[in-house]
Structure formats: structure tokens, C-alpha cells
Design a protein around this ligand. Structure first.
Ligand SMILES: NC(=O)c1ccc[n+]([C@@H]2O[C@H](COP(=O)([O-])OP(=O)(O)OC[C@H]3O[C@@H](n4cnc5c(N)ncnc54)[C@H](OP(=O)(O)O)[C@@H]3O)[C@@H](O)[C@H]2O)c1
Length: 329
């Protein structure tokens, strides 16, 4: 295990001297810009697409805000914090034709470099600076005096300063208060995508919905089924977040713990082959190709998934329960 680096170990010079263009002002873009400025990076411009709803917010936060091409034309380093699936298009159409020679490229998720959406020129430092967590938490933890754990990697080091820039950028996000570690683009991209597909999003939602279906098929009311398979997830997730899986087991009933342990092998046997297929699908770049193709077809596949999700019977049960819970207040 590599030791963590903390704020005191890191030279903040690389972010103080460079003009940084932050492309995208969503959850990560806004948090990065605000934290970096608070940590001494004063030369920041925000790059947004024409008609962006975030334009007014970036200006209200006191940032010079420009079209993506113009911001990219001004900067020593571009932090591409727009939606991953749009990185290829943004790079080809707006950044690559306008970037000055030697401009560094920073991403906060390995996706677009690892799966070939961007083919950076040899003169660019190409850096991953990932504060691990949702963008809103990058800012909220910083405001409380903390930070998220940060991981850095260098894909290309044209200047000899890529590593120093990566570490300074993460320290500027507040990660130096929590711990900064090295990784690789491959490791970060695969871990992030496998985690969300197999467990956090795909896995969790499938277990919850399948549990709801099994209970309602057995004649249990949708309200009761929803409470026991979806609504209570939060309590268990909070316990795991605070105390780990064993700590969660200590906090629940022995009946729940015994039953949970007993069914684990059967569930693991059913899902492990699926998880291994996900690893292969992500590693080969096939998932990235399908997702970018869907983005280019106006997200037709994503829209169909959303429609089907909204029509699942657990949605109506959840809406009814949430209304009930607020009515008595
Ligand atoms: N390291 C981690 O743990 C972690 C966690 C979550 C996310 N991330 C990464 O953070 C990055 C941004 O995610 P986010 O959560 O901040 O997303 P977000 O809140 O949805 O914000 C996305 C931003 O991208 C902009 N954008 C989308 N399409 C664009 C286009 N075609 N041209 C120009 N701008 C475009 C949006 O512009 P408008 O404002 O105009 O709509 C918005 O400002 C992604 O690379 C994501 O993978 C990393």
C-alpha cells in the first residue's frame, strides 16, 4: 500500500502560476473551480457551450466565462470536466483546434483517455486528478475543512512537470486534507465503472426491484414490499458508510445477519459471472463505444431505459410512501 501524501507534502506552485480553463460547470466543474480559487489558483476561466444553463451561475460565482474554444485558447492547462461521453466531440471540435502548444489536459475520470475518445498530441501533459466522490461532495467537504481522497495518474508527461501538476491540482481540490495516492488511468476507469454497474447503480437497483417483484408476486402489498426492499436501503448504506460491512452486521438483528450470510453464496454464484462479463466489456472498450454511440443518437437508449424505469411498479409505491411520510409533518 502506498503512503498518502498530504497538503504539507505538495507544492501548490503549478496551479498558482498556470491559467486553468475549466470546461463544464456541473457538479465537479463548479466545485473544482471554487476550491482551486480558494486554494490560491487565481487564473481560472470557465469554458461552456453556447446557451449553457450554467453560464449565469459561473458568472455569479465571479468567474470569467467564455465559449469552450475561447477558454481553451487562453489556458496553460484545460480541465475537461464535462460529461464523459461528450469529451471526444468537445476535444475534436473546440479544444484541439484552439489549444496553445504545450497545454496540459486534466481529466477527473479515466474514461475518455483510457477508451480512446481523445487522442492527445505528444506535446500535452495528460493527467488524471480524481477526487473520489460526487462533485457536490468535493465542495461540501472542503467547506467543512475536509476533502475527498484523491488519486492521480500521468498518461503522458511532455513537460516533465505532469506529476507535480497532478498533485498540486488535487491539493487545490482539498484532497491533501484526506490523502492523495497514485493510480493508473486503467485502474481508475475500470474500478469506477465496474463499481457503478455491478454494485452501486446496476446491482443495487436490480436487487431492490427484483426483491420488490418477488414480494408482490407472493401477495405482499406494494407499500410493505417497497419499505423492505428499497426504502430501508438508506439505513443500511449509512451503517456501512460509518462502520463497514461487519459493523453494519453488528448493528442489525441476528436474524437479519444469519439469513444474509446464508444466502450470500447463492447470490454470489449468480452474479459473479455477470460481474466478470462487465469487467471484460469495460476493459475492451465495448461499453464506452456503445455509450458514445448512444450519445451520438440523441441518447435514444438512455431515454428508453429511463422510460422503462419510471414505469416499474416500485416507482408508484415509492411515490405513495414518500407522500404519506410528509403528510403527517
Ligand atoms: N472522480 C470521481 O469520483 C468522479 C465522480 C463523478 C463524476 N466524475 C467525472 O466528472 C466529470 C463531470 O461530471 P459531473 O458529475 O460534474 O457532471 P454534470 O454535473 O452532469 O456536469 C456536466 C457538465 O458538462 C457540460 N457538458 C455536457 N455536455 C457538454 C457538451 N457537449 N459541451 C460542453 N459542455 C458539456 C454540462 O454543461 P451545461 O452546464 O451546459 O449543461 C455541465 O456543465 C465527468 O468526467 C465525470 O466522470 C468523477
Amino acid at each position: 500500500m502506498t503512503d498518502a501524501l498530504y497538503e504539507a507534502d505538495i507544492d501548490s506552485g503549478p496551479i498558482e502560476t498556470r491559467t486553468l480553463a475549466i470546461i463544464g460547470y456541473g457538479n465537479h466543474g463548479r466545485s473544482h473551480a471554487l476550491n482551486l480559487r480558494d486554494m490560491g489558483a487565481t487564473k481560472i476561466v470557465i469554458g461552456l457551450r453556447e446557451g449553457s444553463p450554467s453560464w449565469a451561475k459561473a458568472e455569479a460565482d465571479g468567474f470569467e466565462t467564455l465559449a469552450v474554444a475561447e477558454a481553451a485558447g487562453r489556458a496553460d492547462a484545460v480541465a475537461l470536466l464535462a460529461a464523459d461521453e461528450a469529451h471526444g466531440e468537445i476535444w475534436r471540435e473546440h479544444v484541439a483546434p484552439n489549444r496553445p502548444r504545450g497545454q496540459a489536459l486534466i481529466v477527473c475520470h479515466g474514461f475518455s483517455i483510457e477508451y480512446g475518445l481523445i487522442d492527445p498530441p505528444a506535446d500535452a501533459d495528460v493527467i488524471l486528478a480524481a477526487a473520489k466522490g460526487p462533485g457536490g461532495a468535493v465542495r461540501s467537504s472542503f467547506e467543512k475543512g475536509g476533502g475527498l481522497v484523491g488519486f492521480w495518474a500521468v498518461h503522458q508527461d511532455a513537460s516533465g512537470e505532469a506529476e507535480a501538476l497532478a498533485k498540486a491540482y488535487l491539493a487545490g481540490l482539498g484532497c491533501g486534507r484526506a490523502g492523495i495516492f497514485p493510480t493508473s488511468f486503467r485502474e481508475e476507469a475500470l474500478a469506477d465503472i465496474l463499481g457503478e454497474q455491478a454494485v452501486l447503480v446496476g446491482g443495487m437497483c436490480t436487487l431492490a426491484k427484483t426483491g420488490f417483484e418477488a414480494l408482490t408476486a407472493a401477495g405482499i402489498s406494494p407499500r410493505m414490499a417497497y419499505i423492505d426492499t428499497v426504502h430501508e436501503l438508506k439505513y443500511l448504506a449509512d451503517l456501512i458508510h460509518e462502520r463497514g460491512i461487519t459493523g453494519m452486521h453488528e448493528a442489525i438483528s441476528d436474524t437479519a445477519e444469519f439469513g444474509g450470510h446464508e444466502v450470500e453464496p447463492a447470490i454470489a454464484a449468480a452474479v459473479r459471472p455477470v460481474f466478470d462479463r462487465i469487467v471484460a466489456d469495460v476493459t475492451s472498450g465495448d461499453f464506452a463505444r456503445r455509450w458514445v454511440a448512444d450519445f451520438e443518437q440523441d441518447r435514444a437508449g438512455l431515454k428508453a431505459f429511463r422510460k422503462a424505469g419510471a414505469e416499474h411498479p416500485s416507482e408508484a409505491a415509492g411515490a405513495e410512501l414518500r407522500a404519506l411520510l410528509t403528510r403527517g409533518r
